[in-house]
Design a protein around this ligand. Sequence first.
Ligand code: 8DG
Ligand code: MN
Ligand code: MN
Length: 402
Amino acid sequence: QINEAEAVLFSVPSYACQRRTTLDNCNTTLTDALSLLAENAELSEEDGRGVAFRRAAAVLKALPVRVTAMSQLKGLPCLGDHSLRVIKDILENEASSEVESTKHSERFKALKVLTGIFGVGPRTAERWIREGIHNLHQLRESGVTLNRAQQAGLEHYDDLNQQVTKAEADAIAEIVQKAVDSVLPSAQITLAGGFRRGKQTGHDVDFLITHPEEGREVGLMPKVVSWLESQGFLLYQKVTRNSYLEVNDGPGRPSSNMDRFERCFSIFKLAKREERGTKVTENTVKTKDSVGAHMHSETDQSPPSHSHELDQHDSTNRRWRAVRVDLVVSPISQFAFALLGWTGSKLFERELRRWAGHEKAMSLSSHALYDNKQSRYLRAASEEEIFTHLGLEYIPPSERNA
Ligand code: 8DG
Ligand code: MN
Ligand code: MN
């Protein structure tokens, strides 16, 4: 029994997938700090610590008021000693010394700049840092071999580190719709990822593609990609079979359906708004993302030496810009799972899976939901049905911003 003085101010369930987390966040100072520590942990391949900080940040995002005193945190889940120390530091001293020193450390800055290159993960960045490569200039001079993705990532670094706007996402959607209509009429595209959650900007644009008749989606991805390529919309593309980890975390072998699930990591060449000829009432001046600009000035000190480089760096002189786009093709029978899985946020997804496994003895993936007790797959034609199977209240996309 809880006595009066210890009563919790807010009751927050411990799994993020049990909570409604909108984009309104009254605790950005605290959540930015914890997110930075999470990012640092992830960049250092300490995923456990990363998740702990992400969970702590997510709890603060779900609070309806700004936290001003430690006493308000009593009884809240997911706040470990380390996160509490950071929060206390900020409430008492305006800033956390750990966050500040991390933010300004050469290692963190180098990891951030290098992993900011499309195709470069923490492991590669770490190796380059050990070889004395800390910024883009040093990378360009180093002569290390870059794969095709990394070459494209380096070439379009500034564009790809500038947030994609909703207007740009809509313009990409139009192109993808046209591609799909041209190669398979009545195939459907759905915007997923952060934009589906109501975000106004994102680091990429995510689309799911399906067809109302099961099986008609087979072979669709290569056709869509060929069409886009023939129209000059692609700067980079890599189509992969669905072969990531989650296929293996379900019991038994993946059904043959799963081989159909294909995705494409791409970089689109998007005409700038004035070139696309949209309404003049819209703001035609693109403001550069402040973080990107800051990182660029601090880390990439290479002077634009030859004309090619000048062309790549002076984006104002170009009629187009590079935008990261993810395409996923799903058979209609798996569509609800794919949609749920690709809408995010990443933490929300992780928590859904943890809930399924730990609380329900089920395995959730973006293909299927398997009930370990009944030893069978549970079908679902909508996200709502999946939440019902999981014994969770339905959380709409706009409230999955954990
Ligand atoms: P942003 O782009 O607006 O910055 O954020 P986002 O849209 O939330 O993030 P994202 O990195 O584009 O990822 C969108 C969703 O896609 C996210 O919930 C996780 C999911 N996703 C991947 N990779 C994979 C994967 O390999 N398998 C599955 N099932 N989902 C994935 O990003
Ligand atoms: Mn996204
Ligand atoms: Mn994505």
